[in-house]
Design a protein around this ligand. Sequence first.
Ligand code: PLP
Length: 417
Amino acid sequence: MQIDTLPLTAEAFAALDADDPLRAFRDEFALPEGVIYLDGNSLGAAPKAALARAQEVVSREWATDLIKSWNTAGWFELPERLGDKLAPVIGAGAGEVLVTDATGLNVFKVLAAALALRPDRKVIVMEGSNFPTDNYMAQGLVEFLGQGHQIRFAEKDDILAAIDQDVAAVCLTHVHYKTGHILDMQGITAAAHQAGALAIWDLCHSAGAMPVDLNGARADFAVGCSYKYLNGGPGGPAFLFVARRHQGEARQPLTGWWGHKAPFAFSRDYAPAPGLARFRTGTQPILSMAVAEVGLDIFARADMALIRQKSLALTSLFIRLVDERCGSFGFGLASPRDADARGSQVALTHATGYPIMKALIAHGVIGDFRAPDILRFGFTPLYTSYMDVWNAAETLYRIMASDEWKKPVYSAVDAVT
Ligand SMILES: *Cc1c(COP(=O)(O)O)cnc(C)c1O
C-alpha cells in the first residue's frame, strides 16, 4: 500500500477499504447512518455490545443480585481486572495498571507519589501547552503541599534542556491533544532517569491509538482515560500505571478506604495496601466500569501494529486531500507532516475555524474545535474507513467552495466545543 503515491480517487479509497485487515471491527460499533465520526479522540464511539452489558449490569447484577454482586460479579476487583486487560495495550505488566477515577485525579495521585520519592528535589517539568487539567492538578498539588515545589514549563523542543539535577519529575502527555505531536517517551524518560528524576506519562491521546511501551521506555508512572480511543463511554473511568519497581515504596495522599490494606476490617487508622491497591481511593462507578470493559475487550483482539499502520494511512491521506482540494482556502497544518511524529489525529488551523467546524458537523462530519484556531479530526482505525476520509475531505471542500460556512447560524458559540 503506497499511501504517498496513491491516486486521489474514490475508487482507490474504496479499494483500500476492501483490503483493510481491520475492516470487520467497524461492525462492532454503533455508528449512526450518514455520520462520519472523526471525534473518537474526544469521545470514542459506542461498541454495540455496550448496550447489552449495561442492561445486564443493571437488570441482573444490580436489580436482581443486589449487594451480593460485589462478590458474585466481581465488582470490587474491577479496577484490577480492567487494568490487567488494558496493560498489554500500553506495554505494562499484569498488576501494574488500575482502571479507576478520573485522569486529573490520577495525575494528582501519581505526581504526589513521585514527588514523595524525590523529597530533596523541587522542580516538575511540564509542557505549558498541554491539556490544561494536568497542569492545573499539578498547580493545585504544589500549592497544597506548600513545600516550595515549582513547575518548569517547557515546549517540545526545550524539554530535554529543562531536565537537570533539581528535577523531581517530568510529567508530560505522550501525544499532544491539539497538534497530535508525539513526544519521545523513551528518550525523555532516559534523560529524566539520567538526571535522577522520575517520568510520568499521560496516555490520553495514545492509549488505543498507537502502540505504547511503558516498560520498554522504563516509565515510572502513567495515567490516561478510557473514553477517547479506548471507547470506554462518556465519563468512563481513567487509569493509572505504577511500575512494579515502585510498588510498595510509592504512596499517594488520597488515602481512602479502598487503598487500605484491610478495607473490611474498618479499623480507625489508615494503613496502605501493600502494592498497587493503595492507589485506589473509594467506591467506583460500577455501571461505567462495566461498560468500559467492553471497549477493552475489543482491544484485546486488535493488533496495535495494524492499528498504527492504518492510522498513519488515514491521517496521511486526509492531509493529502486537504492539500489538494482545499489548498486555496487558507488552512494551515498544525500536526506534524512527518508521519512518524504524528499521533492519530490531524489538526488544521484556520482563522475562522469555529464556524467552519460547525458547518462541517451540520453536514455530518463530526470533528471538534480547539481555541483559538484549531480544527481537530481524530482517526480511529477500528471504525474509520478510507471512504470516510474521502467523504470528509469532499464535504470540507463543498462547504468552503460554496461559502456555506459563512451562514450566521454557524457563528453562535455552543457551551461544549
Ligand atoms: C482528555 C484529557 C484529560 C481528561 O481529564 P479528565 O480528568 O478525565 O477530565 C486529561 N489530560 C489530557 C492530556 C487529556 O487529553
